[in-house]
Design a binder for this molecule. Sequence first.
Ligand code: ADP
Ligand code: MG
Length: 240
Amino acid sequence: MIKLNKVSKWYGQFQVLTDCTTEVSKGEVVVVCGPSGSGKSTLIKTVNGLEPFQKGEITVEGVSVGDPKTNLSKLRARIGMVFQNFELFPHLSIRQNLTIGQVKVLGRSEDEATERGLKYLDRVGLLAHKDKFPGQLSGGQQQRVAIARALSMDPIAMLFDEPTSALDPEMINEVLDVMVGLAQEGMTMMVVTHEMGFAKKVANRIVFMDKGAIVEDCSKDEFFNNARSERARDFLDKII
Ligand code: ADP
Ligand code: MG
């Protein structure tokens, strides 16, 4: 579904991605990990066109992301993205946060958008909070709303960029539980995270990055039991 072929990117003179090749099949969960600054956020942002790249090719269901003729807003509307800092609209209620994209981007009616939005809000266990504002919810709750909002758009895949790293420890699991549920239902997911418990539970593959390059791309068993590169073994020693 998502294919990256020798993707390279530079910020001025600085090469942030070097020949990154990997793919995510339908229903697969790929966890991307690696040291801070290794290019993980940049890599997943290239997938939905949030970051341009200079070399290589990315396709999503056969549509080329780097092709200037591709309608990037249309592509982005089909890929859910969840960031570290929730990024809900602070001045809108939870219900409005859930409906605004559906109405503005997908052209759904308010009624239809509300029905779908509340269905997903219920699914993440927060229906009772529909009339509150983001600032009245905990970080973990806001992140669950952000996931519900992305799901309301009927995405073909979901991208997560360290969705739990801004959360207090006691809130991490409530978000991971939602993500595990999604994975088990067959959602196609690319997840930047250092939560190796999550990776062990649901990842089909692990992509390990270092200095802008994909150093390992293998099954989780291979990664955790028999990582080939010293850099991956060092990384695992430090975080587990
Ligand atoms: P990660 O998510 O793995 O921590 P990033 O993708 O955020 O890594 O960043 C990779 C590298 O690119 C880092 O060295 C970072 O400083 C650099 N970088 C990120 N964004 C920019 C930018 N807008 N301009 C210049 N350098 C950047
Ligand atoms: Mg990052």
